[in-house]
Design a protein around this ligand. Structure first.
Ligand code: PLP
Length: 389
């Protein structure tokens, strides 16, 4: 049976070129980049080159602004903890639709005595700017917002928000894990102090990420120990992962605009066909600016997890929201923040396309998704005598 991987926001397959770039780092160049002998020289050179490539891909002003980490979650935690420590102010502002690595940290910070404010979103997932303007007082240390939502693809107005915050002397962290490679990002032109990235969302390996810290912004490492990363993150560097990350960045940069247009065409076709043929369905975040590859769709008369499993049996890999939260059995906090009742949030699925998704795949996915939905919805109706969800 053919498989259709439509869960690229959870993770992406490692590109062959990325794997080729990583291999020598695990074999010939096994040395420690901090070693002064010859075995350290190769890995140290690979690390330097990788930092240059990642900085160039992200449009950083200097490679010194890039700190390699173990993942996007670590980058988020590091940036937020660092900013709170430097300013001494007590207010931390974020949104109600952030990734769990920010959401759970916010809950922890509240327990530690910080004044945490969660900014809401409208029915299409757009940030409530007025609420943010009101909340961003002189006592605010940091605002942390995602550039693109992992569940709906909805974009937040990073540039506009950053300008506003900087006028008020407030630090700004952006979780750009889902945005990188899917939309233009030139960090040196953005009013952003910290930004988080993760290699496995852009066809790189898992277990490696980056934190951008704008030159001149005070910074404290979360991981204390050796002097790696110029003292900004202790721990022997994951040279293979970092090298793969850098190669992944190069590949994404090669045709990002053409790829964005291609994915948008596929995504629009998928959504139009599903909504036209599935009465009562709708797209979450439809009216907001969104990532080109992401569809979050509510399906009536089915239970979300049963639908996902049935799709999987027919070869379609989609998701009930964020991979980090799946299995929790809870309705998505993102969709709930957008005002969906629990039963609609639970019956909404995310389909996220990627580099290897073809037009034929999408046509097949439409056909399979609709036929599985019809079967399950018929079963629901015959059990209850009418539509229940
Ligand atoms: N932020 C967002 C928006 C994400 O989607 C993810 C991963 O799903 C992360 C952060 C965490 O990245 P990582 O899996 O590298 O920790």
């Amino acid at each position: 049976m053919k498989s259709y991987y439509l869960d690229h926001n959870a993770t992406t397959p490692v590109a062959e070129e990325v794997f080729q770039a990583m291999r020598p780092c695990l074999v010939e160049h096994f040395g420690n980049p901090s070693s002064l002998h010859r075995f350290g020289a190769g890995p140290a050179r690979i690390l330097r080159e990788a930092r240059r490539q990642v900085a160039s891909f992200l449009g950083a002003a200097s490679e010194k602004e890039i700190v390699f980490t173990s993942c996007g979650s670590e980058s988020n935690n590091t940036a937020i903890r660092s900013a709170l420590r430097t300013t001494g102010r007590k207010r931390f502002i974020t949104s109600s639709v952030e990734h769990s690595s920010v959401k759970k940290l916010a809950a922890q910070l509240e327990k530690e005595g910080y004044d945490v404010v969660l900014i809401g979103v409208d029915a299409d997932g757009r940030l409530d700017r007025d609420e943010l303007i009101q909340a961003a007082t002189d006592e605010t240390a940091l605002v942390s917002l995602m550039a693109a939502n992992n569940e709906t693809g909805v974009l937040f107005p990073i540039e506009e928000v950053g300008d506003l915050l900087h006028k008020r002397g407030i630090l700004f962290h952006v979780d750009a894990v889902q945005a990188a490679g899917k939309m233009p990002l030139v960090l040196k032109d953005l009013p952003v102090d910290f930004a988080s990235f993760s290699a496995h969302k852009i066809y790189g390996p898992k277990g490696v990420g980056a934190l951008y810290v704008k030159d001149g912004v005070e910074y404290h490492s979360l991981v204390i120990g050796g002097a790696q990363e110029r003292g900004r993150r202790a721990g022997t560097e994951n040279i293979a992962g970092i090298s793969g990350f850098a190669r992944a960045c190069e590949l994404v940069a090669e045709n990002s605009e053409a790829e964005r247009e291609r994915l948008e065409g596929l995504r629009n076709f998928f959504e139009e066909e599903v909504v036209r043929n599935c009465e009562g369905s709708f797209i979450n975040g439809l009216k907001a600016p969104r990532l080109a590859n992401t569809s979050n769709i509510f399906f009536p008369d089915v239970e979300g997890e049963a639908f996902l499993m049935a799709l999987d049996q027919e070869g379609i890999a989609a998701s009930g929201g964020s991979a980090c939260m799946s299995g929790a059995g809870e309705p998505s906090h993102v969709l709930k923040a957008m005002g969906l009742p629990d039963h609609q949030a639970k019956a909404s699925l995310r389909f996220s396309m990627g580099r290897f998704t073809t037009e034929k795949d999408v046509r097949d996915a439409v056909r399979i998704t609709l036929s599985v939905w019809q079967r399950l919805a018929r079963q629901t109706k015959s059990r209850h005598g009418k539509a229940v969800i």
